[in-house]
Write a protein that binds this ligand. Sequence first.
Ligand SMILES: *[C@@H]1O[C@H](CO)[C@@H](O)[C@H](O)[C@H]1NC(C)=O
Ligand SMILES: *[C@@H]1O[C@H](CO)[C@@H](O)[C@H](O)[C@H]1NC(C)=O
Ligand SMILES: *[C@@H]1O[C@H](CO)[C@@H](O)[C@H](O)[C@H]1NC(C)=O
Ligand SMILES: *[C@@H]1O[C@H](CO)[C@@H](O)[C@H](O)[C@H]1NC(C)=O
Ligand SMILES: CC(=O)N[C@H]1CO[C@H](CO)[C@@H](O)[C@@H]1O
Length: 540
Amino acid sequence: MKSEFVLICSALLWITDGFLSNFTGICSPGLTDESVGESVRVSVDLSRLVHRVDPRFLSVTIDASLASEEKFMYLLSALKVRTLARALTPAFLRFGGTRQDFMVFTPQYDRLSTFNAERSCEELQLPSWLEEKLKKDWTQQQSVLMREDLQRKYKRLKFTEFTVDLLHSFTNCSGMDLIFGLNALLRTADNSWNSSNARTLMQYCESRQYNMSWELGNEPNSFEKKAGIRVDGYQLGLDFTRLREMMSESKLYQNAGLYGPDVGQPRDHRVDLLEGFLQSGADAVDACTWHHYYVNGRDTSLEDFLDPEVFDTLTLKTNEVLEKVKLASPGKSVWLGETSSAYGGGALGLSDTFVAGFMWLDKLGLAARLGLDVVMRQVFVGSGSYHLVDENLDPLPDYWLSLLYKRLVGPEVLKIEAFSLGRSKRVRLYLHCANRKSYRDGAVTLISMNLSKKPARICVPASSSTVEAFVLQSEQPGEEGLYSRSVRLNGETLKMVDDETLPDLKGVRLPAAEHLQLPAYSLAFFVLTEAQAAACRTLH
Ligand SMILES: *[C@@H]1O[C@H](CO)[C@@H](O)[C@H](O)[C@H]1NC(C)=O
Ligand SMILES: *[C@@H]1O[C@H](CO)[C@@H](O)[C@H](O)[C@H]1NC(C)=O
Ligand SMILES: *[C@@H]1O[C@H](CO)[C@@H](O)[C@H](O)[C@H]1NC(C)=O
Ligand SMILES: *[C@@H]1O[C@H](CO)[C@@H](O)[C@H](O)[C@H]1NC(C)=O
Ligand SMILES: CC(=O)N[C@H]1CO[C@H](CO)[C@@H](O)[C@@H]1O
């Protein structure tokens, strides 16, 4: 008989008395017989943490292109958008991207803006006629922006209090923490940063008591291509030091966060840029940020989006950055300050469909395990096709995946290793303590993906913990389903109940001693509520 299943014998499920904290599991020979297929050996250590990430680990961005015409910032006050944002907290919201280095604050000092800012969260709502108009106009604006990106011709953009007020109101009302990316391409004759516009902006923000943190410059490695200005890492570090001084003169921002240099992933001279920056600027920043994309959105395929070798390229790049930072500034936190599946705005039909979930969940799993503290997803809403919330302001599969991650996964990373032969590289596993807001002490969450066509299952020996399963699958089976823009949780299609209400995300309680199904092309969270993992039992 042809085998249809892979058995993953999860050693962690053997825990009976709560004292077993370290265990390497080997599937017993009885479980690896021909009729059920190949088995995967899993080793876990529940006694100690590998790493603890920031509680805001899964964070999001808004691309600065949304402010290319300020009216589009209104989209952030749509009720649906706010509801969706609120559910992802705690999280950072980073406002930045290519156009941040072309944006100049041009205050209007008019009363209307002030009036808007003082309205309460409930009052600040986008009328539906305006929402419809903006959504339509945004589609057109996107092709204008795309053309600019292709030609690398960027014009200077003026923005007023309005953009800042709306950003602040959006983050404050949804509970996110705002990070604002300042323009680093305002330079003086000696090629150091001209901080005068940033000072004006910061003074405005302080006058309104806007609690926020800061960045300076986006992907400085490509300043030359984008603007014909070359800034080396050492100079950039000095610029950050200047910004930190400015912040320390402000009552409100003296203890605020500063993050940078938002450099592109290691390649060629970008490594020199990072090294130079760390020499002069490491002390100025609270976290060192870099950007990562797996593939080029204009030149990729479904195969890439399911390829474990493509996923593993993140390991190399991350270790390279971590090493550099460790050497120059031991203990400094490292963040993915902007990241997604494909650069160039994403890959239409892939970055915005069910299949993108594999890259996204694997990135979250790997990044945490390797020691990154925050991962900011490009983008929450707006530019490109890699958004979590689409052009109609409806949540895409990656939104629902992010939401489940927030609810179920805690910041404590545990060690899990899977050893196997053959195609089982296509099962990817990560292990965290369960989110303590949702589960009791000692519970763990197993994050798992089956990237292949055929079903797999996880075997649970008799004396195991109760399991709550959250299995995400496309609406349609097979390869067709990978292109779907909707997703099912345990068989039920996920949809907002109304603009203010998200559906209950219900797990399926599996009694002990049952097999866990891991269907083909599925993303799953298994919460082992009674695992009593020592490392997850006490608050450290
Ligand atoms: C658990 O196992 C790992 C690897 O086998 C070992 O390095 C570690 O010291 C063990 N921890 C405990 C608490 O026994
Ligand atoms: C932020 O929102 C809270 C309510 O959630 C409100 O009390 C506070 O005044 C707001 N802060 C600012 C600066 O708008
Ligand atoms: C910095 O920019 C401001 C505003 O554009 C300008 O007035 C000032 O002269 C510049 N300072 C230097 C040193 O270039
Ligand atoms: C500003 O926000 C940070 C992050 O949420 C918070 O820790 C801090 O207490 C806030 N500061 C003020 C002055 O409200
Ligand atoms: C991702 C993955 O490993 N998928 C597995 C899903 O199950 C089939 C069933 O045999 C395996 O072949 C795959 O390796």
